[in-house]
Design a protein around this ligand. Structure first.
Ligand code: FAD
Length: 469
């Protein structure tokens, strides 16, 4: 009887415990992906998913296996396939987000009722949420303490190799009608085709992700500890979408960096700590699923967020009049990715200078990021907005001019993404309103809110909250 391997956010063959388990059983393997609209990504991340599925299909086919793709309610489709295929087991790698967990629990129960075994494995994080605990057995709420405890547990286990060959189970009778081609999932934009910048920037799939990891470790990691804050330099790994869709596992990234990595010890340590943030975000959401929609610090429920469509549009389009904010928002729109430092700057600008709800920004990121990930996105938005767990205090308002001068000192990043300002000298590129009127190109907006005015409005709203500290 075949084993069904259900692929989800783990579109790879190496370090895939569920696939390795299925192959090791000696039974024929049926590889499945279900596009369930309730757990599916949207926008730019869907574009990535399309490429990732095509790459997985091709990689599986080289191993002699077929990727069966279905569209619909996974809680119906997975048990149905198990029955049609007379499967002995269904196996998958665990996910930790609220909707995903609920779906998996329902499916496990349905399979059990049908007499089909279900096995799940740890593969998408280095430390599963329930494994890192305080001495009293509680969940951590402070990253530094969580990280210390996680490090004390030692290195994550070494990654598994990809199987050499997969014995394909073939298509069961009665299932053909459920199967769709990847193109039929409708993940690619038709008109307008907004994905040109994405195609020019990215190559979804396991081979490209492994090549990038190797290149990063060998060539680009030196200086990461300091240069990672500079959006004008190619200093970070840009592996976030590959990690999001599981083309590489965090364990693979960990071992590539910790064991084979070049660069200084402090560069390696900083990179591993960033991977740790990814796990920490997953565990926070696991402990408190309501964080997806609700402020961790409930005093923020009374925040008088503004609802101003014009300001929101200016932020989304990169037309706020603050060059570093506009550069980031345009990089996001064109490439589906934004540098981490700039994500913090634009998020602070929206939630503080524009006094808009972090959920509005989180929604825009969810639609436009190729690496959009519910845990990382929600936790980081709440962190910047000051309402989250272990968050930056609300009164710490990023000044976009000073941030620009500090982290894009020559204005290279702004010149790239806001080309109409390219001729301005480095001393003025982050504050074009200080130039002579003739120097500022027509069309580039004046600041939509004054720096001091926005800051004062935000702080006054925050002081009005009872319990604000
Ligand atoms: P590197 O510096 O090379 O870091 C390596 C890996 O560590 C990343 O690929 C990522 O998986 C992880 N990582 C790094 N920083 C963080 C962090 N702060 N939180 C969680 N994981 C981290 N990251 C996402 O993957 N998806 C999101 O939806 C997302 N939304 C964000 C929203 C906001 C408002 C902010 C401030 C940050 C967000 N991040 C998100 C975190 C971070 O910006 C990206 O992971 C990082 O910029 C990816 O670039 P990189 O791969 O070059 O990072």
């Amino acid at each position: 009887a075949p084993v069904i391997v259900w692929f989800r956010d783990d579109l790879r063959l190496a370090d895939h415990p569920a696939l390795s388990h299925a192959v090791a059983s000696g039974a024929p393997v049926l590889c499945l992906f279900v596009h369930d609209p309730r757990t599916a990504p949207s926008g730019a991340a869907q574009w990535w998913l399309h490429g990732g599925l095509c790459a997985l299909r091709d990689d599986l086919s080289r191993m002699g296996a077929t990727l069966h793709v279905a569209h619909g309610d996974a809680t119906v489709l997975v048990p149905r396939l198990a029955q049609l295929a007379h499967a002995a087991q269904v196996v998958w790698n665990r996910r930790y987000d609220p909707q995903g967990r609920e779906t998996d629990t329902t499916i496990k129960a349905a399979l059990k009722q049908d007499g089909v075994a279900a096995h799940s494995f740890a593969a998408s994080v280095m430390h599963e949420p329930w494994t890192v605990r305080t001495r009293a057995g509680d969940a951590f709420r402070v990253y530094t303490a969580w990280w210390r405890a996680a490090r004390a547990m030692g290195d994550p286990p070494p990654p598994l190799p990809a199987p050499r060959r997969i014995g394909d189970a073939g298509m069961p009778d009665g299932w053909r009608a459920e199967c769709v081609g990847i193109d039929a999932l409708g993940f690619l934009p038709v008109a307008p085709d907004w994905a040109g910048g994405l195609r020019a920037t990215w190559h979804p799939g396991e081979a490209a992700a492994r090549a990038r990891l190797h290149e990063f470790v060998q060539d680009d990691m030196a200086g990461y500890a300091t240069a990672r804050d500079r959006p004008d330099l190619p200093a970070t790994s840009m592996l976030s979408p590959a990690l999001r869709f599981g083309h590489i596992s965090p364990r693979q990234a960990w071992h590539a960096v910790a064991c084979d990595g070049g660069g200084a010890a402090e560069d390696r340590a900083k990179f591993l700590a960033e991977l740790g943030w990814r796990d920490f975000a997953v565990s926070l959401l696991y402990e408190q699923p309501e964080l997806v929609r609700s402020n961790f610090r409930t005093e923020f429920d009374a925040m008088p967020w503004r609802n101003d469509a014009r300001d929101l549009h200016a932020w989304q389009q990169g037309c706020t009049g603050y060059p570093i904010v506009d550069a980031g928002m345009r990089q996001l729109w064109r490439t589906g990715w934004m540098h981490n430092r700039v994500r913090m700057i634009v998020a602070s600008f929206l939630t503080k200078h524009l006094l808009m709800d972090w959920r509005v920004g989180e929604g825009w990121f969810r639609d436009t990021l190729v690496d959009a990930d519910i845990a990382s996105n929600v936790v980081n938005w709440q962190w910047v907005a000051g309402c989250g767990v272990d968050a930056a205090p609300y009164f710490r308002v990023f000044n976009p001019v000073l941030q620009g001068k500090k982290f894009d000192p020559d204005g290279t990043y702004v010149r790239r993404w806001v080309p109409e300002l390219a001729h301005l000298p480095a001393s003025r590129i982050h504050c074009p309103w200080t130039c002579a009127p003739a120097e500022v190109p027509r069309g580039y907006p004046a600041p939509i809110v004054g720096l001091d005015e926005g800051r004062a409005r935000a702080l006054s709203a925050w002081r009005g909250l009872s319990g604000a500290t």
